[in-house]
Design a protein around this ligand. Structure first.
Ligand SMILES: NC(=O)C1=CN([C@@H]2O[C@H](COP(=O)(O)OP(=O)(O)OC[C@H]3O[C@@H](n4cnc5c(N)ncnc54)[C@H](OP(=O)(O)O)[C@@H]3O)[C@@H](O)[C@H]2O)C=CC1
Ligand SMILES: CC(=O)N[C@@H](CCC(=O)OP(=O)(O)O)C(=O)O
Length: 349
């Protein structure tokens, strides 16, 4: 039997990390190595997350790059932005592969990162080595990577929804509008006034208008995929639910197309991609239909009155939007089938 690879997780007590732990635990070729916690080193994992009692009792450890590299084959970093830009160089210096869930290595230039994230960027040498891990689009590059910048949750849903049509000459590139909504786990486990129960419950809020850090990430990918300069209108909303993202996107078409023609184009584009489900004409995906799974479901509709295409893309932010896609990327990196350990039926209702 094949020896399982050891996977370390940093950012141990956050939501991204606990989802990674769940996925590594059930993965046939991976096992949990070191779990690093900045705030709770010395405690057992089940003290931070009692649902793991009897399942993961190992102690949380301090960050030590040398030991981490010696004892693990891959390190997942599920830390807030501004942390992995410091930790990744130390880990890579020790020769271990890294998959970073934060935004620290996604943008190509330091200037762009600093202008949107408002703190110092990672070093250019490491930005140059990072491969952007949108699995369905960059699988080949990911398989050779030593550092993967796992995409943001909103950019994953948005770009999987837009890429098939923006790769054609059928759209007005200046017309893209993205209306995005997320469940509250997207904001992480830390407490804040915006994610406070009373502020969220029975409420719907728009936030970060015109200044969301995912705008340059979305545009960077769309420009690369279309070969045209692209600026998007992107508005995020917080929805009173735990998991889930829905991006509703509007694009003006340059010539008349039917919904069926667009559906066929998308179906062909995602033909061998197990995690993108293009919904039959007339059906609209909902967040609950991908809950707990690595699927991205896409619904399409051409409004013949306005000749505008509406694309609806849903994901589970902690799965395809973060930890699920990170495992998909580890599968590609190690040469396993991309769906290894990830095929599960969405939890419905
Ligand atoms: N939640 C989501 O849906 C998504 C999240 N992401 C990104 O993934 C990363 C992790 O997100 P998420 O798990 O939700 O965030 P959380 O806030 O839930 O967890 C982050 C964890 O990182 C650790 N940490 C915090 N500050 C520091 C620090 N200064 N130095 C080292 N470690 C620190 C803490 O764990 P400990 O004290 O145990 O070390 C904390 O719990 C973030 O960059 C986020 O933006 C990306 C896509 C989707
Ligand atoms: C609901 C919610 O607050 N979501 C977060 C997603 C943050 C995130 O994932 O940040 P990076 O991808 O840049 O690391 C937000 O909108 O900022």
């Amino acid at each position: 039997m094949r020896e399982r690879m050891k996977a370390a997780v940093i950012g141990g007590t956050g939501y991204g990390a606990v989802e990674l732990i769940r996925l590594i635990k059930i993965h046939p070729h991976l096992k949990i190595g070191t779990v690093v916690s900045n705030s709770q080193a010395g405690n057992s994992f089940s003290e931070a997350y009692p649902h793991l009692t009897g399942i993961l009792e190992q102690p949380l450890e301090k960050f030590d790059p040398k030991t981490l590299a010696e004892q693990n084959d891959v390190v997942f970093l599920a830390t807030p932005s501004g942390v992995s830009s410091r930790l990744v160089p130390e880990l890579m210096e020790e020769g271990v592969r890294c998959i970073d869930l934060s935004g620290d290595f996604r943008l190509k230039t330091e200037e762009q990162y600093e202008s949107w994230y408002k703190h110092p960027s990672a070093d250019r040498a490491y930005l140059n080595q990072a491969i952007y891990g949108l699995s369905e689009i960059y699988a080949e590059k990911i398989s050779d990577a030593r550092l993967i910048a796992n995409p943001g949750c909103y950019p994953t849903a948005t770009n999987l929804g837009l890429i098939p049509i923006i790769r054609t000459n059928l759209v007005d590139f200046e017309s893209i509008i993205i209306d995005a909504k997320s469940g509250v786990s997207g904001a992480g486990r830390g407490l804040s006034l915006t994610s406070h129960y009373v502020e969220i419950n029975e409420n719907l809020k728009a936030y970060k208008l015109g200044k969301h850090q995912h705008i340059p990430e979305i545009e960077q990918v769309l420009e690369e995929e279309s070969g045209h300069p692209i600026t998007v209108s992107f508005t995020t909303h917080l929805v009173p639910m735990t998991r889930g993202i829905m991006c509703t996107m509007y694009v003006n078409l340059k010539r008349n197309l039917s919904t069926l023609e667009v559906y066929e184009l998308y179906k062909k584009f995602y033909k061998n991609k197990p995690f993108v489900r293009v919904r039959p004409v007339g059906t609209i995906p909902a967040t609950k239909e991908v809950w707990g799974s690595n699927y991205c479901d896409i619904g399409l509709h051409v409004d013949e009155r306005t000749n505008r295409l509406t694309i609806i893309s849903v994901i589970d932010n902690l799965m395809k939007g973060a930890s699920g896609q990170a495992i998909q990327n580890a599968n590609l990196m190690f040469g396993w089938d991309e769906s290894t350990g990830l095929i599960n039926i969405p939890m419905y209702p």
